[in-house]
Design a protein around this ligand. Structure first.
Ligand SMILES: Cc1cc2nc3c(=O)[nH]c(=O)nc-3n(C[C@H](O)[C@H](O)[C@H](O)COP(=O)(O)OP(=O)(O)OC[C@H]3O[C@@H](n4cnc5c(N)ncnc54)[C@H](O)[C@@H]3O)c2cc1C
Length: 205
């Protein structure tokens, strides 16, 4: 798989290079044009097709070329922005909605991988978050207490499974990991995909 960026991704050599077939862009009108073949575009294409729409996906380089081909590969039901901040900015109901959405996305990814038999090393895992200084201790306290408020199975623990020094450590159940390159590759079935097609403008809509 070809990628942008200067750093090599752990996943890129395990993922075959994407090759669009010669007949990738048939002369027909599609219900939807999706721009970008990262995890967002390729999932959207899969879901729209499940809903009965015909799709064409335009990717400037190749599937997984952007950020999706180089992520840290973990799937979480919490975010870099802690739920405490979401509650402060948007209220508890909306934070609750976000938490429900995160759980639903985890289920959806698992379901799509199973349904399409995508061999991308998806595995449910226990997640860990730790602090290494006083400031991070406070952030972790907030992350754990607001996570609990959202019904997240998160709690402080006394042991870490990895040999990294920490001050405090919390564990959260129901997280997952997968190979994002292979997952993008597996999701690509179905839509007509044009690689090296840059969307430059649109009209109407
Ligand atoms: C270092 C790092 C680690 C991360 N780790 C995680 C993680 O562990 N878990 C997690 O959930 N999230 C993680 N993220 C965030 C996650 O990777 C991104 O949110 C996600 O991959 C974005 O996917 P995307 O499909 O929206 O964008 P991309 O994957 O960037 O896809 C966009 C695609 O659009 C194409 N494109 C752009 N413009 C055009 C155009 N005009 N015409 C045609 N094609 C175009 C690009 O070539 C590209 O392939 C991480 C991000 C980074 C940077």
């Amino acid at each position: 798989m070809k990628r942008d960026g200067n750093c090599e991704s752990l996943w890129q050599h395990e993922t075959p290079d994407f090759k669009a077939s010669a007949a990738a862009i048939p002369d027909k009108v599609f219900d939807a044009l999706i721009v970008g073949g990262g995890i967002t575009g390729i999932t959207t294409a899969l879901l729209l097709q499940k809903a009965g729409l015909s799709c064409i996906l335009a990717e400037a380089k190749s599937i997984g070329f952007g950020t999706s081909g180089g992520t840290t590969a973990h799937l979480n039901t919490f975010f870099d922005t802690p739920y405490s901040k979401v509650i402060n900015n948007f209220g508890e109901d909306n934070a609750q909605l976000l938490a429900k959405g995160a759980a639903a996305v985890m289920d959806l990814i698992q379901q799509l991988i199973k349904e399409h038999d995508i061999d991308c090393s998806f595995e449910k895992r226990q997640g860990y978050i730790f602090s290494i200084n006083k400031e991070q201790n406070d952030q972790l306290d907030e992350l754990v207490s607001s996570g609990k408020k959202m019904g997240l199975p998160i709690a402080f623990v006394s042991n870490s499974p990895f040999p990294i020094p920490y001050l405090k450590i919390a564990s959260v159940a129901g997280q997952a990991q997968f190979n994002p390159g292979l997952s993008c590759d597996g999701y690509k079935r179905g839509p007509s995909i044009g690689s090296r097609n840059v969307a430059r403008s649109y009209t109407g809509g």
